[in-house]
Design a binder for this molecule. Sequence first.
Ligand SMILES: Cc1cc2nc3c(=O)[nH]c(=O)nc-3n(C[C@H](O)[C@H](O)[C@H](O)COP(=O)(O)OP(=O)(O)OC[C@H]3O[C@@H](n4cnc5c(N)ncnc54)[C@H](O)[C@@H]3O)c2cc1C
Length: 328
Amino acid sequence: MMFKQESLAWHCSYQIGGVTHFFTAPNTYDEVIAVLQQCKAKGLHYFIFGLGSNVLFPDDLRNDQAFISLKKLAYWKNRTTNWFVSSGVPMSMLAIAGLLYNITDFELTYLLPGSLGAGIYMNAKYNQFQISDIIDRVYYIDLDRDNLFIQSISVSQCQFGYKKSIFQNHNWLILGADMKVIPSGDKDNELQMVLRRWLNLQDQSNLWTFYEFFAQELHLLAEKGIIIPDTLKSIERYRNSKSHFKYPSSGSIFKNNYDFGTPIGALVDQLNLKGLTHGGAMISPHHGNIIINMNRASAHDVEYLMQVIMNEIYKNFGFVPELEVVQT
Ligand SMILES: Cc1cc2nc3c(=O)[nH]c(=O)nc-3n(C[C@H](O)[C@H](O)[C@H](O)COP(=O)(O)OP(=O)(O)OC[C@H]3O[C@@H](n4cnc5c(N)ncnc54)[C@H](O)[C@@H]3O)c2cc1C
């Protein structure tokens, strides 16, 4: 598996990031191991990520850092007793599986950007539902060990909380997870076909491509007579009303501070900061906790607005909001 020169802007939903000489997207476990060994041999630091929907890559990159996207490590094993889903599978595929197999627990993932591996890392959520509700066991590699091998951990040991997991405190690469549900019926061919169509897309990290793909898959299932639940329709309405897919962004910039009580977006609104621009970036007029890339924004433009929000919230409400977006 070779590294190649690539603009990171192509591999994240922000469409921001400089050019690296060391980008790769392995699609098998053996390739992942080979890439990690190459990094070691070349003395490269590395950043492991998925679809890049929660990262802000820098404009200028160090030349000793590799970027390893697991978005092509996407397969779904239909075992007789459970499902294993690998980390590169987009979370929204679970919603499609939910429709095919009539599993309502997977609805939270519909149009939730990003891959399952990162969803586990972040404990991604929609309303009160979280990824930790639907998985049973996580498989990972401890990258700090000399010999790299697969280990597993049960969901109860993963220290899941609001946007928190044990994986944020360790140098562990998540390979995938067993799902909690025990599937009945056989729709595996249909599921695998959707996954293949997804893998054939060129620009999977682009939010509009992501949205169109899953909205279209839903439409195709409806045409085949599958009833689309109201929950999925309301998720689509909600995300469109907040313009989630219209402009490049990373979704929420800050985690909500539940000790304070009011969501960060509402505080930004109270401070009249919505619509504020800097360079090509803007605090979304539709959601105060999202900074959008309006027009060829740089990472610096986004960082400037992040700092404005942090300063103003500290001045007016007495705390500094915690970043949700990951910077490398
Ligand atoms: C428009 C929009 C709306 C969003 N709405 C929501 C929402 O409603 N709820 C929510 O929770 N989030 C939301 N997000 C954020 C995003 O969907 C989640 O954080 C998602 O988990 C990111 O997945 P990803 O594959 O893109 O992760 P990336 O951005 O690629 O990576 C995020 C982090 O996970 C780590 N990581 C990724 N894969 C692995 C792995 N296999 N092993 C170890 N570490 C890994 C990376 O190192 C990085 O620190 C939204 C984002 C956007 C752009």
